[in-house]
Ligand binder design. Structure first.
Ligand code: ADP
Ligand code: MG
Length: 563
């Protein structure tokens, strides 16, 4: 083909592809416009995962009737004017791309009115072109209605996930914007159901209650200024962080806002997690709402078309400032963690040290032929060490078995075998347990409930976002069922269609297994070791950590100077 300039329709669809990835991106752009317009109330409605309808109505300043058409032209914006304005962006939008991009891939209607005018301006667009204009009554503010998203872009339409997945993206987005703007009243209705409603009273904790439930909201710790040194810094860290006990199996509870912009920032995420180091198990992540305020000149927000990434001028200072602020709130409100038997901490520090030492000094020897054959030899239990390890003797020396990891392995294989035979052992709850879900979790429960049912969970709607657990897998008896259910929902949210069973089984096994710190009777140890001998892969737990350390007879002889 000869080289030619692309037709304007093609150009605008290509550009739209960057800004409008999925229905939630449309909601994001429209709501950001409402926020930039100073709205204190924003009502969002969607239908069919946002594909058939997205409607955003605000009470912001509106657009003067003479400018409404211009808003749909590419690079038309009221937010910046000169190149130097790019150095200090104080609004969420500034690229002047959102409305034309959306109009390129959907049908759009807009009704807007400023306080200074008596009636509103109405516009309707098809394929980015205005097909109707008029005047209509409205209170000051703006309503934008989007229909048939991506109908004209089959390539994009095909890539949309299920309606429930798109709904959960939208719910998550509105939750995040709600957390960023506690003074704004957000309401979100999905297919006519009210999913989220923030009070708009300025209290971040109240928004957290709406998003994560009352229990979480009450437990959250406030971030205060870390120390005197920070007073001299140009930025401020505020927000709420959860106590270590509420940390969860996924990173979805981490919300980062920079000058009220919801951002992805691996740097800030690491700073927050670093503050929890030593207080939570590996693989657990906090629920944290971190609001960073800094002079607009110190960040660059113009690095990503959907404006979800920012660049910081002084990364190191920010990293340590955020980490210190979070750690300070954790330290102030919690006693220094003292490992007590029966707590969740898997490895008391001194044992952990000893364990690592053992691994280094006596690296598991290559498997003997017998071991290859049997994988673990028949073991004779000698006793328990530090309420965490079983000491056993095998045909070739000493075995130190991590009771939690070993039990995890056994339970993991057991539940997968039961599942394969469709014979999950379930436990009915005579006194049903109630679980309160966050908005996003409830959406997940609706979309992934079937997966949970296949593992023996049965839920029944009890009240607003509150469910009764009717049955659960029997192995969870006496365990933190709420914690497991929430963790499993998180896992299912992130996962593809293929490995969910394994993930779910790992989580169930991990929560049901005996913990370090639990004293085991001789019989219990025998039973566990016998089951481990019969496991298909007895040498690692389902997370891949070793279940045992082996000290061969040869190594023993050598250590005692007889080898
Ligand atoms: P940007 O937000 O980057 O300026 P947009 O395409 O999103 O670009 O919007 C173009 C312009 O339309 C904005 O600069 C603003 O002046 C106006 N506008 C859009 N939505 C609203 C709204 N809800 N209320 C008031 N003005 C709006
Ligand atoms: Mg915008």
């Amino acid at each position: 083909m000869p080289i030619k300039l692309l037709a304007p329709e093609v150009v605008s669809q290509i550009a739209a592809g960057e800004v409008v990835e999925r229905p939630a991106s449309v909601v994001k752009e429209l709501v950001e416009n409402s926020l930039d317009a100073g709205a204190s109330q924003i009502a969002i409605e969607t239908g069919d995962g946002g594909v058939s309808l997205i409607r955003v109505a605000d009470n912001g300043v509106g657009i003067p009737s003479g400018e409404a058409e211009l808003a749909f032209q590419r690079y038309a914006t009221s937010k910046i004017a000169t190149p130097s304005d790019l150095q200090g962006i104080a609004t969420l939008g500034f690229r002047g791309e959102a409305l034309p991009s959306i109009a390129a891939v959907a049908q759009v209607e807009m009704l807007t009115r400023t306080a200074g005018e008596l009636v509103g301006a109405y516009l309707s667009l098809r394929d980015g072109v205005i097909v109707e204009r008029g005047r209509q009554a409205r209170n000051p503010g703006t309503t934008v209605i989007i229909r048939h998203l991506f109908r004209s872009v089959p390539a994009r339409y095909k890539f949309l996930k299920s309606k429930s997945t798109e709904n959960s993206h939208i719910t998550n987005l509105v939750s995040q914007l709600g957390l960023a703007f506690p003074k704004v009243r957000f309401s979100l209705s999905i297919d006519g159901r009210r999913v989220l409603h923030t009070p708009g009273n300025g209290s971040l904790r109240d928004v957290v209650a709406e998003v994560y439930g009352l229990g979480v909201a009450q437990a959250m710790l406030e971030i205060r200024r870390a120390d005197k040194e920070d007073a001299a810094l140009s930025f401020q860290v505020r927000g709420l962080v959860c106590p270590p006990s509420l940390c969860r199996g996924s990173r979805s509870g981490l919300s980062l806002f920079v000058n009220r912009r919801w951002v992805r920032s691996p740097l800030l995420a690491r700073a927050v997690e670093e503050a929890y180091q030593g207080l939570v198990m590996e693989g657990k992540h906090p629920i944290a709402i971190i609001e960073l305020t800094l002079p607009p000149q110190e960040i660059d927000v113009n690095v990503h078309p959907a404006k979800v990434e920012v660049r910081f001028h002084s990364e190191a200072v920010l990293f340590s400032g955020v980490c210190r602020a979070v750690r300070h709130s954790l330290a102030e409100l919690m006693p220094i963690p003292n490992i007590k038997p029966g707590t969740d901490s898997r490895f008391p520090e001194q044992i952990l040290k000893g364990y690592r030492q053992a691994e280094i000094d006596f690296a598991p020897s290559p498997l003997s032929t017998e071991e290859v054959h049997r994988s673990v030899p028949i073991l004779r239990v000698l006793g328990q060490l530090a309420s965490a390890y079983i000491i056993a003797e095998g045909s070739d020396g000493l075995y130190l078995i991590d009771q939690h990891a070993a039990h995890e392995r056994v339970l993991f294989e057991k539940i997968l075998a039961q599942r394969a035979r469709r014979e999950i052992e379930v436990q009915g709850l005579l006194q049903p347990l109630t679980i309160e879900f966050a908005a996003r979790e409830e959406e997940l429960l609706k979309s992934k409930g079937e997966n949970l049912a296949q593992f023996g969970f049965e839920f029944e709607l009890f009240g607003p976002r509150t469910y009764l657990v009717r049955t659960m897998p029997a192995m969870l008896q006496g365990r933190d069922v709420t914690g497991v259910v929430k963790e499993v929902l998180d896992l299912l949210a992130g996962g593809g269609a293929t490995d969910w069973e394994e993930k779910l089984a790992i989580s169930l096994a991990c929560h049901s297994a005996v913990r370090a710190g639990q004293v085991l009777s001789n019989e219990e140890m025998h039973e566990l070791v016998r089951q481990l001998e019969q496991a298909k892969l007895p040498r690692t737990c389902p997370h891949g950590r070793p279940t045992m350390v082996h000290l061969t007879s040869g190594q023993l002889l050598k250590e005692f100077g007889r080898g």
